[in-house]
Design a protein around this ligand. Structure first.
Ligand code: ZN
Length: 434
């Protein structure tokens, strides 16, 4: 099994403190660091660009933010955690009464140590997030406070990262993850780093298919990418949305919109092969960027494999989803699992017989017992011959090798190797159905 644990750990520590959002320098810095792992192309989509029903917002950057008490002591400080500021907060500097400040403070009474993660992308506002313990300790009725946010909203751009790994076939699979979360570990720094190493591995393999790997801010980034690459994205039918892959809990997977799709069975089969217990989450209209990819205009099947799925764990979208909550070894395990799936997926070819009409004359190819007449199916035929005959029967240019392996109850690898032999003998030719 491959081991990237040390490198994953290195990049977790390096990327965790960066303040990311749906736009801004933090996203560019993150993508530039990922370029050390894979040759990502960084693309910018400008503020104001119309992308389907959405408009790319102004670019947001922040330098500093704090709240001081009446003695001039900083009681909330952005420099300690970038979660302290509501993402996309506009600049503010004033002295306020507690009653005016309260609607701008966010905390969680049920998780008193945690700073919540909050955003205000599409409503110009400002706010601070803090632990309930700090709120109780530092904020009192009747007091006044000085609030300061040094941020900028300007006409700029939204940044995405893209890597196309070309295989023998131009048919593409999508691997998409999101880069818009600030200092939050499982959701989704774990997914960002795992996707980078998945790309690195896929680059080193001689692939049958092509892989499009994208790092986009969630929702608006995926929408912007689809709008700017519509023709390509409409051709892609299958992929994965990588999210939350490093938590301490159980494995699970969110099915793609068509639960009968082979990619879901692929995942389940691989869980079984690894003897991993898992939870199945049916497709839902909430979630991550599969919401865009599965929309009627695209209808892509993009499941997600998670270890502690978003919404499900207690520390979700809080400062407790940090580097103590996840670990690099778990991310490496999930990476290994994803790679097993990719290996199968890359072998999931479709073939048709060069001469589809009637049977192939196998004896001419040295593939049939030389002496005829004495053959009773199931008794004197070899299992190998039966598999070969069935494989030729199902190779209609549409049925994939995985589907054939399921029908025949044979391991995928065996079917793949057999098909490959028949391809070399020019009995089978590859096809590219949708
Ligand atoms: Zn999230």
């Amino acid at each position: 099994m491959l081991d990237y644990t040390e490198q994953i750990d290195f990049y977790l520590k390096r990327l965790f403190p960066i303040c990311r959002s749906i736009t801004g320098e933090g996203n560019r810095e993150t993508l530039r660091i990922l370029q050390e792992i894979i040759p990502l192309i960084i693309k910018e989509y400008p503020t104001g660009q119309q992308v389907y029903d959405w408009t790319i917002p102004k670019e947001w950057n922040i330098k500093d933010a704090w709240i001081k008490n009446s003695r001039g002591e900083k009681i909330v400080d952005f420099k300690c955690s970038n979660l302290h500021v509501v993402s996309y907060s506009v600049s503010v500097h004033k002295t306020v009464q507690i009653d005016e400040l309260k609607p701008h403070l966010h905390f969680l009474e049920h998780l008193p140590e945690a700073i919540p993660y909050r955003t205000s992308y599409y409503k110009e506002d400002w706010g601070f997030c803090l632990s309930y313990n700090d709120y109780q300790c530092y904020f009192n009725d009747g007091d006044i406070y000085e609030v300061f946010i040094d941020s900028e909203l300007k006409n700029g751009s939204l940044t995405v990262g893209e890597l196309l790994i070309e295989g023998k076939s131009k048919k593409e699979y999508l691997i998409s993850t999101y880069i818009c979360h600030p200092s939050l570990a499982n959701d989704n720094l774990s997914g960002v780093i795992m996707t980078a190493f998945l790309g690195k591995e896929l680059q080193e393999i001689k692939n049958n298919f092509s892989y499009r790997i994208i790092f986009v801010p969630e929702t608006i980034g995926a929408i912007a990418y689809c709008a700017n690459n519509e023709k390509i994205m409409k051709k892609i039918k299958t992929g994965f949305v990588v999210s939350c892959v490093g938590g301490p809990g159980k494995y699970g997977y969110k099915q793609s919109f068509n639960k009968e799709h082979w990619v879901n069975r692929f995942i389940e089969q691989t869980f079984h092969e690894n003897r991993i217990q898992y939870r199945t989450y049916p497709f839902d209209i909430h979630g991550s960027d599969e919401r865009q990819y599965a929309s009627p205009g695209f209808r892509m099947n993009t499941p997600s494999i998670c270890k502690d799925k978003y919404y499900e764990y207690e520390f979700y979208h809080t400062s407790l989803d940090n580097l103590n909550f996840i670990n690099a070894e778990t991310i490496n395990d999930t990476l290994d699992f994803y790679l097993q799936i990719m290996e199968k997926l890359d072998k999931n070819l479709t073939y048709e017989k060069r001469i589809p009409e009637c049977e192939v004359m196998l004896s001419r190819q040295g593939l049939y017992p030389k002496e005829g007449g004495g053959l009773i199916p199931g008794e004197t035929t070899t299992n190998e011959l039966d598999t070969l005959l069935w494989l030729l029967f199902y190779c209609d240019g549409r049925t994939s090798l995985f589907e054939i392996s399921e029908i025949l109850h044979e391991p995928m690898n065996r079917i793949y190797e057999l098909a490959f032999t028949l391809e070399e003998k020019k009995i089978l030719v590859r096809t590219e159905p949708e």
